[in-house]
Design a protein around this ligand. Sequence first.
Ligand code: CA
Length: 228
Amino acid sequence: MAVRVLIVEDEEQIARFTELELKHEGYEVSKAKDGRTGLSMAEEGGYDIILLDIMLPELNGLEVLRRLRKTSDVPVIMLTARDSVMDKVSGLDSGADDYVTKPFAIEELLARIRVALKKHSGVEKEDDSTVLSYGLLKVNTAAYSVTYDGNPIELSKREFDLLSILLQNRNIVLSRDTLLGKVCGYDYFGETNVIDVYVRHVRSKIDEPYGITLIQTVRGVGYVIKDE
Ligand code: CA
């Protein structure tokens, strides 16, 4: 079955060119010209990947992404007009999978689409299996239970979510903002250092009693669980 792509882009020329190239590669393509239409099309579902411009009429791309992430984990590649570091950082923090800077070469976009789709299908497989393992640590995401070498560990809901997200994204450094969005919800208004607090709790319940290093701090960036 063809991969379905939604292009949310107000610049007609870019949208048209991208559509033609993607169709030529065998993708099925739909388009939206403003953020509001793009969001409602994306929310209806049925797309395998979304290419999302940032500067859009009605609702900007970052806002579209923030709202979409409440209900969907469809891969999203942001299209940034300028080489703006801030846009990229906010995009990735809001849950974008990748970004390309316009004007882009179609080969680069195609490569990034393939990577995002591949990464996503890997994550889905991990989501399906309800037990995440890390050495002697077993995290059952269906039963919300954690054991180390068979010994039960009591975690709060948010500590549990934090641990599962880091295990599912092994070797990927997640920023405090990203973790905050995933653990507390994107409309959470509060200090990002609550994440530091949850990390401390997890460490005191797992790392310290069992003498292991699970969650690593990446100074100035965030946290990561690396392969054993
Ligand atoms: Ca635009």
